[in-house]
Write a protein that binds this ligand. Structure first.
Ligand code: GLP
Length: 240
């Protein structure tokens, strides 16, 4: 794992956007592994800016997202499909048909998860995967536990995640308690992984991630992947 500490969130986002844009330029038909949450918004802003300047072309690219809340469809403004459309897909020339976000309204969620995993395999895994970290060290919606499900699966959110994500909803009671998420093995199919963390609220998770490998901190498993770049701002790196 390579580590970079940046002065600000802006610099963290720009560094990650540079790596992703190099990927798109050198392999236009690449597969982008994408994430939601507040962390990657700065990257998406930067990529949109470069696209508008004519430096980036997404027309041959495909994407695959980490997760989605169960029960929300893509028109719900809290769904991750809605987030991706609003923050990236609607603002660049990616072909929406080549974008994949788990279907929170799938009739049979278990069979949907199997199909999603097949899709990841069909695409050959992501060329580059962006990851944020939950305050409790979760990745996607792989929550700390004694055992982790390796592939795409249905999962329950911990109270700490419900609480952290409540800021996006009208009230904590509105936060879905279940989600579909890629598993850590699905994520490991990526050829390169960029992990991002900013702000003091992520300092404990970054510390735990680098302290030793444990399913109690899913982010720590990333130390086992051969090609990971961790980019943190000063505050997130402050306890290491
Ligand atoms: C959510 C997402 C994760 C994300 C995490 C951190 O629960 N499922 O993929 O990394 O929260 O979110 P934020 O970037 O808003 O701190």
């Amino acid at each position: 794992m390579r580590y970079f500490e940046t002065d600000t969130y802006y610099h963290m986002s720009r560094m990650a956007a540079n790596i992703i844009s190099a990927q798109i330029i050198t392999k236009p038909d690449c597969v982008l592994g994408l994430a939601t949450g507040s962390t990657p918004i700065g990257i998406y802003k930067q990529l949109i800016e470069w696209y508008k300047k004519g430096d980036l072309d997404f027309s041959d690219a495909a994407s695959i997202n980490l997760d989605e809340y169960l029960g929300l469809d893509g028109t719900n403004d809290q769904s991750y499909r809605y987030f991706m459309n609003k923050n990236l897909f609607d603002r660049v020339n990616i072909n929406k048909e080549n974008t994949n976000v788990p279907d929170g309204k799938a009739e049979n969620a278990e069979s949907f998860c199997r199909k999603y995993e097949d899709k990841i395999d069909e695409l050959g895994g992501a060329d580059v995967q962006i990851l944020g970290i939950g305050r409790n060290g979760h990745i996607g919606f792989n929550e700390p536990d004694s055992v982790l499900v390796p592939t795409t699966h249905l999962t329950s959110l911990t109270e700490s995640t419900v609480e952290a994500n409540a800021r996006f909803f009208a009230s904590e009671a509105d936060v879905p308690r279940h989600a579909i998420t890629m598993g850590m093995r699905s994520i490991f199919k990526a050829k390169k992984i960029i992990v991002l963390a900013n702000g003091e609220s992520k300092a404990d998770a970054v510390k735990a991630m680098l302290e030793g490998i444990s399913t109690k901190c899913p982010a720590s498993l990333l130390c086992l992947h051969p090609n990971v770049v961790l980019i943190c701002d000063k505050a997130a790196y402050s306890k290491v």
